[in-house]
Design a protein around this ligand. Structure first.
Ligand code: SF4
Length: 221
């Protein structure tokens, strides 16, 4: 086992012992995961939940229904998630791709395999790496590690990687040092989010009570 693997497992086990299983992603269907992943950019989860509940109330949380809904109408429905005009366009772009290329069938997209499906999703205007990887992992159960601001902050504060590290470099650290297991990647990402929200806050991190306060501080990237 590499030193990086040891440290990553140490982080995982410390967080899992403290927080327990996170049972992500909080959604009823894989399509709802995709919608949530698009709406959660620059939004807190409570507001994303309000937006998806609005879609459910109007019986619109299905690819063909969103496909047929005018973008201006959609924007008003998802308003609680913030940046609603941009997000409505992104949602429409995603659904247009899904309906026109895969007849609205997510399984058909995911059956292309991780890397082909990832490339196709990158071609959908407005979907960034974190969104695409969240869709692949949490809706498609495909083994890709999702990197977010919490991942960066926690590793960086422990001096495990330099300040200027990129999304791809952080993702490679996890992918090269852990087994490609969607369950592990699912739980690990969710646990890092729990740590970031509860302890490793942007300002005034709560290190004294944090389950990672014993963590080594040696660069692994
Ligand atoms: S809160 Fe402190 S101990 Fe916890 S992960 Fe952040 S920097 Fe580390």
């Amino acid at each position: 086992m590499t030193r990086a693997s040891q440290i990553l497992y140490e982080i995982y086990e410390s967080l899992y012992s403290y927080f327990g299983p996170q049972n992500w992603w909080p959604a009823d269907t894989p399509f709802e995961v995709c919608v949530g992943a698009i709406l959660t950019q620059n939004a807190n989860w409570k507001n994303v939940k309000k937006a998806t509940e609005n879609l459910k109330k109007k019986n619109l949380l299905e690819p063909f229904k969103i496909y047929e809904t005018p973008v201006e109408v959609l924007a008003q429905i998802i308003k609680p998630s913030g940046f609603y005009n941009i997000k409505a366009k992104r949602l429409k772009n995603f659904v247009k791709f899904l309906v026109e290329k895969y007849q609205g069938n997510l399984d058909a997209l995911f059956s292309k395999g991780l890397y082909e499906a990832r490339e196709e999703l990158f071609n959908v205007k407005g979907l960034g790496k974190e969104t695409v990887d969240s869709i692949l992992l949490y809706a498609g159960n495909l083994p890709i590690f999702v990197v977010d601001a919490y991942t960066y902050r926690i590793l960086n504060r422990h001096q495990l990687m330099p300040d200027e590290t990129t999304y791809d470099e952080i993702q490679a650290l996890f992918m090269e040092n852990l087994p490609h297991d969607p369950k592990l990647f699912n739980e690990f990402h969710a646990l890092l989010v729990a740590c970031g929200k509860n302890f490793c806050k942007k300002k005034n991190p709560l290190c004294t009570s944090c389950p990672l306060n014993h963590l080594h501080t040696t660069k692994i990237l």
